[in-house]
Ligand binder design. Structure first.
Ligand SMILES: *Cc1c(COP(=O)(O)O)cnc(C)c1O
Length: 456
């Protein structure tokens, strides 16, 4: 098979630099050993997130100039609304400045204290928004999803029996809605099958519980369905996406992912009463309903980006980059989540740094080692991000200790990935030198962003 090439050429460049190792050590110290607190210019290959870090296409840059900045009823809004309606099929569309604003409005308007929100796996901002209004966010990931080495096609699926049991235990009255995250970011960027979405909807229908899709990577998920699920091989990604949304009652979206934009999001639904409460909250928190939290030019860029994300050639290339890194790691026996996800490779920090116990945060040790070794910035998805405290106030580790290397869209080339492989290998060979950490400062919510760490 021939090399899968980037389906674009580069029209504009942006320099990146590798500062010296002693400068990296100093920079990390100043950042309290938390890579979120590093200056971006001190990171050479920045894989902290795929969120809002993508490169726009020439068509998007051209669309930007068409932005209609009228306060109400702009041309750009019409374009945005019709694109979102075409893909999702929902009648009410609310633009927000990013995904968490959509989540915040949903949580604030629909969740009462002690309500329970099931999901295959809640993303960190989703969980925080639910907990902030007194709700409980529960993860009901399928068993395969917890096995980091099992080669199985849809490891992001919801556990159907656990969902039924959860509804029976909690009762319909305390479950205002159920969510499904596609692809499952937290669970390793793993896809959700159409059959699973359909089955979840069937269960929820019995109890009249609405289904909300966390749609951030809907196009990547549609690509996985086309490649791996019987019956979808000849379907355009747009049709697959439309079918995914057809089983839901609403969706939250971060356009910083599969909107191929640097900012933006939306909240959509069919229910008129929900829409009224969303609209009131939107006006209070984000802006007038025809622009929400966005400028007209953003609405233009997102309208183009959402459709580009559904181009098959783009998804083939996108997935090839993730596979490329995954295959290199497999050849070298470096532990990572199999199969690779849609937007990232997840190193298995528990296996990689097996000498560091979970509550000394092996993921932080690995992230920091990658930065010192090569100026590579990844992120911990383990006990710092997802750890909890039990009733006695003791810290309970997360089920998995992962380090995510997220791939910005259309940004890095093959040589960047080859360099990355070299750095990971170097850290792997010297893994016994990686130390654990303790937290010296932490905030109440979303602690991974701003915590301070100290070597144990
Ligand atoms: C990024 C993300 C969000 C939040 O979106 P923001 O635009 O960062 O606010 C929610 N859910 C998932 C699955 C995400 O990946």
């Amino acid at each position: 098979m021939r090399t899968i090439i980037e389906p674009f050429r580069i029209k504009m460049t942006e320099p990146i630099h590798l500062i010296s190792q002693s400068e990296r050590i100093e920079a990390l110290k100043k950042a309290h050993n938390n890579v979120f607190l590093l200056a971006a210019e001190d990171c050479c290959i920045d894989l902290l997130t795929d969120s809002g870090t993508g490169a726009m296409s020439a068509k998007q840059w051209a669309a930007l100039m068409l932005g209609d900045e009228s306060y109400a009823g702009s041309r750009s809004w019409k374009k945005f609304k019709s694109t979102v309606k075409n893909i999702t099929g929902f009648s009410h569309v609310f633009p927000t400045h990013q995904g968490r604003a959509a989540e915040g409005i949903l949580a604030q308007t629909q969740i009462s204290p002690n309500d329970v929100i099931p999901n295959n796996s809640h993303f960190d901002t989703t969980r925080a928004n639910i907990e902030f209004v007194g709700g409980k966010a529960v993860n009901l990931l399928c068993d395969e999803g917890l096995n980091t080495t099992l080669e199985s096609p849809f490891k992001g699926n919801m556990h159907l029996e656990k969902l039924k049991k959860c509804i029976e235990d909690v009762g319909r009255a305390r479950i205002p809605f159920c969510m499904m995250t596609v692809t499952n970011n937290t669970g390793g960027g793993q896809p959700v099958s159409m059959a699973n979405i359909r089955a979840v909807k069937e269960i929820l229908k019995e109890y009249d519980i609405p289904l909300i899709i966390d749609a951030c990577r809907f196009a990547e998920n549609a690509y996985f369905i086309r490649e791996k699920e019987a019956g979808y091989q000849d379907k355009p990604l747009l049709e697959i996406a439309q079918e995914m949304f057809s089983y839901a009652d609403g969706a939250t979206m971060s356009c910083k992912k599969d909107g191929l934009a640097n900012i933006g999001g939306f909240l959509v639904c069919n229910d008129d009463q929900w829409a009224e409460t969303f609209q009131n909250a939107l006006i209070l928190r984000e802006g007038f309903p025809t622009y929400g939290g966005l400028a007209g030019r953003d609405l233009e860029v997102i309208s183009v980006g959402l459709m580009e994300a559904l181009e098959y050639d783009y998804q083939v290339y996108r997935h090839a980059t993730v596979e490329y890194l995954g295959n290199k790691l497999r050849e070298r026996g470096i532990p990572h989540v199999r199969p690779v996800g849609g937007h990232a490779v997840f190193l298995d920090a528990r296996a990689f740094v097996s000498h560091v116990p979970p509550l000394q945060y092996p993921g932080i040790g690995l992230v920091n080692a990658l930065y010192i070794a090569g100026g590579v910035r990844g992120v911990e998805l383990g006990s710092v991000m997802f750890g909890k405290f039990n009733k006695a106030g003791q810290e309970v580790p997360a089920p998995l200790e992962l380090v995510r290397l997220a791939f910005p869209r259309r940004v890095y080339t093959q040589s960047h990935f080859d360099y990355l492989v070299e750095i990971i290998q170097e850290v792997w060979e010297r893994r016994s030198e990686i130390s654990g950490y303790r937290i010296t400062y932490q905030p109440k919510f979303l602690r991974h962003f701003t915590s301070h760490f100290e070597r144990v």
